[in-house]
Design a protein around this ligand. Structure first.
Ligand SMILES: CC(C)(COP(=O)(O)OP(=O)(O)OC[C@H]1O[C@@H](n2cnc3c(N)ncnc32)[C@H](O)[C@@H]1OP(=O)(O)O)[C@@H](O)C(=O)NCCC(=O)NCCS
Length: 173
């Protein structure tokens, strides 16, 4: 018998709801993904995003009320000797800077630590992404170090990244 696919749970914060990505979210998510304030920090979406299967990755649509305001995902390292999870997110330009990003990160970290029992989480913003780094530090992520020329940007140049990690006991709830 085939194993039952695991359906990710919805995750709620004070203002946001993270709900698993569904086909009807696609157009709005792609519209947000293409906003200059978002794709400056993320790659331009591939044609099959967000529906493409990515192993060990869970994708969420971020809702505020009945509005789609962003996207969040997490993945896990499958090797048990290096067990950890990584996360990533973006919010629409209109909803940035209102504390929603910090809320999304808190909700996801709580889920990964409390429900999945991860002891370590990672995130890797571009070094120049000051708002993102500030948001992650508020939740307890610490700088591990600069990854030089880590990620290619949309102009084909290499950007530095900042590896940050959070141990479960350091989580600022
Ligand atoms: C990064 C992102 C998720 C942060 O979410 P947000 O809701 O905008 O951020 P918050 O309002 O929660 O702010 C968190 C902290 O960031 C800092 N911050 C927010 N906007 C800032 C800005 N424009 N410049 C400098 N610092 C800023 C503040 O210190 C803030 O804390 P404070 O309100 O207590 O002072 C969101 O801005 C975003 O989606 N940006 C575009 C895509 C992106 O960069 N994704 C992350 C890739 S790693």
């Amino acid at each position: 018998m085939a194993p039952t696919p695991e359906v990710p749970p919805e995750l709620a914060g004070p203002r946001v709801l993270l709900t698993p990505v569904r086909p009807e979210h696609r157009d709005r998510l792609r519209e947000i993904h293409r906003q200059p304030e978002v794709c400056r920090w993320w790659q331009v979406p591939d044609d099959d995003w967000p529906e493409a299967e990515e192993q060990d990755t869970v994708k969420y649509t971020v809702m505020e009320g009945d509005q789609i305001v962003g996207f969040a995902q997490w993945y896990q390292e499958p090797d048990p000797d290096y067990r950890h999870a990584g996360l990533d997110l973006f919010l629409s330009s209109e909803t940035q800077g209102r504390g929603l990003g910090t809320e999304v990160v808190r909700v996801l970290c709580a889920h990964l630590i409390d429900d999945h029992r991860f002891h370590r989480l990672v995130i890797d913003p571009k070094l120049a992404n000051t708002p993102a780094i500030a948001c992650y530090r508020k939740v307890g992520f610490k700088d591990v170090g600069v990854m030089r020329e880590y990620e290619m940007n949309k102009d084909g140049a290499w950007d530095d990244g900042l590896l940050m990690d959070l141990l479960a006991r350091e989580f600022v709830r």
